[in-house]
Design a protein around this ligand. Structure first.
Ligand code: KIV
Length: 404
């Protein structure tokens, strides 16, 4: 039997509440086989439910113990409320460290006792509780998952991502693919085009995105000239990206001229996402950021390119700025998924640059971008408020300062 961390929530709304908490802490510390490792600050909370009663004082205590707890579900109240209505009481709850993951956990409380820890005390016939079921880690998205999603008509959600902070948020929100786009060079680094993005830059951003993600498939966008010069260089650079960042796949731009390179990469075990239509690394050759495949000839070429990339082993293709009916035809003609950006609703998935869809990147507006938030305005407002409070001496207040 091993000792494991147990977090105990203490709460009291009767009599001398602080004294009750102190008593509970002392009882906890005195339990055989238990060591109190740390305690939180004391927080006051309003009671829940219709029973008229006073506010609670709450505290968390982190202990190392073999606690005697009965299976229950943690409901989040620091003083262990179990049914929404709290009777005036001192209560405790024990939560093992593992229980912070979703799923059933172990918890115990004293419903209305003045001995805060009595519910956790061990009797001579104490037997260890069965280990709490550990919630399954989310199943990682793989290239096979994406192919299956296409087969089953399930839309694929893709966003660009450039750092661990947002990677954590997007991953937790269930985004299927995090694309570390070379758009980072424009959106975060302020460059005019993606052309000056470097391999080191892409490796850095991909590494930190990977650090923040658990479930999503992470794809690194290969920068200009890192894969076009020769197949050998493409293999070396893409291989380096996979090895050094921990990402799952690379993306590269171009149709027919890239087919042999895609095949060579796939042959050595590097999953490749293609990119057709408006390929930003060719912005000067294309004469600007314009819609591609509007005439019959370029439309036919795009279809041939897509089929050739699929035959070379690409696992998905981004279609950027392509008329919706053409993107629909291409998508229907492939067994691998298409991921559209400005390519209409018939693609198998959609991608947007994260700062664009969050309304953080106000410098960029395009018909295909839908803003789901207005974060630039929120940032401005928050920073102006902070600046005013600092200038007027209103921040920090006593609640943000340390008396001793
Ligand atoms: O660099 C990028 O962000 C991209 C996507 C917009 C597809 O290539």
């Amino acid at each position: 039997m091993t000792k494991e961390p147990v977090y105990v929530a203490l709460g009291s709304n009767l009599g001398d509440r602080a004294a009750h908490l102190a008593y509970a802490r002392a009882r906890l510390a005195a339990l055989p086989g238990t060591q109190v490792l740390r305690t939180s600050s004391v927080e006051e909370t309003a009671p829940l439910g219709p029973v008229p009663q006073g506010p609670y004082l709450n505290q968390m205590s982190g202990t190392s113990s073999w606690a005697s707890c009965t299976p229950s579900r943690w409901r989040g109240g620091a003083s262990g409320a179990s049914a929404g209505v709290r009777a005036p009481s001192i209560s405790t709850s024990c939560v093992t460290a593992r229980a912070r993951r979703p799923g059933p956990i172990y918890c115990c409380r004293t419903p209305s006792s003045s001995t805060a820890t009595s519910g956790c005390a061990r009797s001579p016939s104490w037997t260890p509780p069965p280990p709490p079921p550990v919630a399954d880690a989310p199943k990682p998205v793989t290239v096979a998952t994406l192919l299956k999603m296409k087969e089953q008509g399930e839309r694929i959600v893709v966003l660009t991502c450039y750092d661990a902070l947002f990677a954590r948020l997007l991953d937790a929100a269930g985004v299927d693919v995090l694309l570390v786009g070379d758009s980072v060079n424009q959106i975060l680094a302020g460059a005019e085009t993606t052309l000056s993005a470097t391999l080191e830059q892409m490796i850095y951003h991909t590494k930190i995105v990977r650090r923040g993600s658990q479930r999503a498939l992470v794809v690194c966008d290969m920068p200009f000239l890192s894969y076009q010069v020769s197949r050998e260089e493409a293999i070396r650079n893409c291989g380096r990206v996979l090895a050094e960042t921990g990402c799952h796949a690379v993306k590269l731009e171009g149709g027919q001229p890239m087919v042999e390179t895609v095949r060579a990469l796939v042959d050595v075990g590097i999953p490749v996402m293609g990119h057709l239509g408006l390929t930003p690394q060719s912005v000067h050759a294309l004469g600007g950021y314009r819609i591609q495949g509007r005439d019959a000839e370029t439309a036919e070429r795009l279809k041939r390119d897509a089929t050739a990339l699929e035959a070379a082993g690409a696992f998905a293709i981004v279609l950027e700025l392509v008329p919706a009916p053409l993107a629909s035809q291409i998508s229907k003609g492939l067994t691998i998924p298409t991921i559209g950006i400005g390519a209409g609703p018939a693609c198998d998935g959609q991608v947007l640059a994260l700062p664009d869809m969050l309304g953080l990147n106000e410098q960029f507006a395009a018909k295909f971008v839908k803003r789901y938030a207005a974060l630039a305005a929120d940032v401005r407002e928050a920073v102006e408020l902070y600046a005013a409070e600092v200038r007027e001496g209103r921040y920090p207040g006593p609640e943000h300062s340390f008396p001793k």
